[in-house]
Write a protein that binds this ligand. Structure first.
Ligand code: DQA
Length: 139
């Protein structure tokens, strides 16, 4: 089983960025923990602040991974191009948001990308990535 965790813009700053919303654990620490916990699963991790690079990564992941766990960051609320990329691949994509986007500002309450995903998990912090992993492993 091969899974890609893909993070979008500003998620490289998790652990330092708005800790009251996103927590204090860095993504590097979390990835180490998750790789130890799911030692039988090959877990790759990519992050980009650029919409086009995220689209390239999704396109190139088709057939390579059994599933993609994707936190598009703010692009969730704006990017029809990313939603189209998700729809273009056969690999199932689960969207994750650390915070509960439906309980935050109005502009965060709609996700174009979630509409293209097989599921969306919000408001569970880093546990959301594990929930998504469990979901993909069970599929
Ligand atoms: C986020 C939610 C987005 O609205 C925000 O722009 C982010 C982080 C989350 O994980 O809660 O960058 O994707």
């Amino acid at each position: 089983m091969k899974i890609l965790i893909l993070n979008g813009p500003n998620l490289n700053l998790i652990g330092r960025r708005e800790p009251e919303i996103y927590g204090t654990k860095s993504f590097g620490e979390f990835i180490d923990e998750v790789r130890q916990k799911y030692s039988g699963v090959e877990i790759d991790y990519r992050q980009s602040n650029h919409e086009g690079i995220l689209i390239d990564v999704i396109q190139e992941s088709d057939g390579v991974y059994d599933g993609i766990i994707f936190n598009p960051g703010a692009y969730a609320h704006t990017s029809i191009a990313l939603a189209d990329a998700i729809r273009s691949v056969k690999t199932p994509v689960v969207e994750v948001h650390l915070s509960n986007i439906y309980e935050r500002e109005e502009f965060r309450r709609h996700s174009f990308t979630a509409e293209a995903c097989v599921a969306s998990i919000v408001g569970r912090g880093m546990c959301g990535y594990e929930d998504a992993l469990d979901m993909l492993l069970g599929m």
